[in-house]
Unconditional design. Structure first.
Length: 182
């Protein structure tokens, strides 16, 4: 059973939902950089105050800050983990690679949740999180296309990529993922 996983896909593709289901079912750590950052904002920490405006505008937080958060939260014991929302650009992917070599826990599979743009925009507008306004969504989707999408090819070249059609109902997607975990 694979236990070091990564979810890749546009905002609204369903990464968080699937990562949460899978991590609960297998007692893996679910590491969502977005969630961790939102928690910092909620708790009004120093870090939270630093990132609040950036997140609400739909821009990316600095590579340095997210790397720090990932390092702090990535378990060094033998429990499995699912990374969700990280890495988001090539520089983050390279940093992550270094960290994972250090702890000797390489990524075993990358699930790429693919979904048409119209569908994800509808989903995000329905979700209505603070950073889900029309303007912010546009920014996030553009950043995704420019900086995150190249990671699909990056992980494909490493033979780690599993394509998942994200435009289906939740259960069908999760059983598809489960089959590809073995
Ligand atoms: P979504 O996938 O719907 O965009 P997330 O919860 O993953 O939602 O991320 C929300 C916001 O948190 C992003 O728009 C960005 O500002 C910030 N963020 C999350 N992960 C990263 C990351 N790896 N690098 C930089 N910023 C990040």
């Amino acid at each position: 059973m694979k236990k070091h996983l990564l979810f890749l896909g546009a905002p609204g593709a369903g990464k968080g939902t699937q990562a949460e289901l899978l991590s609960k079912a297998n007692s893996y750590l679910h590491l969502s950089t977005g969630e961790l950052l939102r928690k910092e904002i909620e708790m009004d920490t120093n870090l939270g105050r630093q990132v609040k405006d950036i997140i609400n505008s739909g821009e990316l937080v600095s590579d340095e800050l997210v790397l720090k958060i990932v390092k702090q939260n990535l378990n060094k014991d033998n429990k499995g983990w699912i990374l969700d929302g990280y890495p988001r650009n090539l520089s983050q992917a390279n940093s992550l690679n270094k960290v994972l070599i250090e702890i000797n826990q390489p990524i075993e599979v990358v699930f790429y949740l693919d979904i048409p743009e119209e569908v994800l925009i509808k989903r995000l507008l329905l979700r209505g999180r603070k950073d889900d306004t029309e303007d912010t969504i546009r920014t996030r989707v553009n950043i995704y296309k420019e900086t995150t999408e190249p990671l699909i090819q990056y992980f494909k070249d490493l033979s780690l990529l599993e394509y998942i059609d994200g435009d289906r109902d939740l259960k069908t997607i999760s059983s598809d993922i489960k089959q590809k975990m073995v």
